[in-house]
Design a protein around this ligand. Structure first.
Ligand code: 6GU
Length: 233
């Protein structure tokens, strides 16, 4: 799968791309992540990317005549155009269902905004899928784009060691429960013991305990997930 990230701050991604599962998946050729600095498409001598909003108001707006040519150029760098995602707090809230849908694509373009956002004509022309990662404010779309890459890449076959581990995770389709509590050695620490059942070797009993634990936890912390039609599924 190919991710093309369009940003004014490509450096934000570098540490993240150089570590762990993501680096391994890139080294193994399972995913490709390309960073493009949108400023390279600014053609005036001051490399202007943004301007003051018509009608007045605070902040700066990313210019349509910079962003659209940038997206069009990046689209031309591969045989088939990718699905364009615009990272914006005004987008539809990201859920695991959307992540699963995105993981079916062969190419995604992630458009990261800063300042007050994009000129509306960027949206009108490109008709991107506008995505938010939650009801809080970020300084820009870069962290949200990293969230998309992180959540989508782990659904790509071969990226996770154990093929099952993505399937049983909380929020994957067919699972609306939080994960059960986990323990490893030592059996006792500062007077806190591991639940006896987990040491019993009785796998039927252990599975029952885990199911009950998942249900209890979900009921207490996230009762919305137990609704008939929980939001996001
Ligand atoms: Cl995708 N971008 C920004 N700037 N803020 C956000 C967001 C995205 N999602 C939640 N807050």
């Amino acid at each position: 799968m190919r991710f093309d990230v369009l940003t004014l701050f490509p450096g934000i991604f570098e540490g993240y791309l150089a570590e762990s599962l993501l680096k391994e998946a890139m080294d193994r050729g399972l995913i490709e992540v390309n960073l493009y600095n949108m400023r390279d498409w600014a053609n005036d001598k001051h490399n202007t990317m943004d301007d003051r909003p018509f009608g007045g108001g605070p902040g700066m707006v990313l210019k349509v005549d910079r962003v659209v040519p940038c997206v069009e150029a990046v689209q031309s760098y591969a045989p088939r155009p990718g699905r364009v995602l615009m990272m914006t707090p005004q987008g539809r809230p990201l859920t695991q269902r959307i992540v699963e849908e995105l993981a079916q694509e062969e190419r995604l373009l992630l458009l990261c905004g800063r300042y007050e956002g994009f000129d509306q004509r960027v949206v009108d022309i490109l008709q991107p899928d506008e995505i938010s990662i939650g009801d809080y404010v970020l300084n820009g779309g870069e962290v949200a784009a990293a969230v998309i890459i992180d959540s989508v890449m782990r659904l790509i076959p071969g990226v996770l060691g154990d093929e099952n581990s993505a399937v049983v995770d909380s929020f994957s389709s067919g699972n609306r429960l939080l994960e059960e509590d986990q323990y490893t050695r030592p059996r006792e620490y500062r007077g806190l013991a591991v639940p006896e059942i987990l040491l019993s070797g009785d796998h039927g009993l252990i599975e029952k305990w885990r199911e009950a634990n998942r249900l209890d936890k979900t009921f207490l912390r996230r009762p919305d997930l137990l609704d008939d039609e929980p939001s996001g599924y």
